[in-house]
Design a protein around this ligand. Structure first.
Ligand SMILES: [Zn+2]
Ligand SMILES: [Zn+2]
Length: 54
């Protein structure tokens, strides 16, 4: 299963510099973010509940 950045949809399989954490709102979905999006503080949207966070 491909791992994709929740913010930019970049494939992260070749990257090991990303973070993975459960959605802080519903805790059901895993949010993955690449280093680029973390640095830019890109918004992510939870696919389950639509929660948006920086
Ligand atoms: Zn990204
Ligand atoms: Zn959520």
């Amino acid at each position: 299963m491909p791992i994709r950045c929740t913010s930019c949809k970049e494939n992260l399989l070749s990257e090991d510099n990303f973070t993975k954490f459960p959605c802080p709102d519903c805790l059901k979905s895993e949010i993955t973010r690449c280093m680029k999006c973390r640095r830019k503080n890109n918004i992510y949207t939870c696919p389950s509940c639509g929660f948006e966070g920086p």
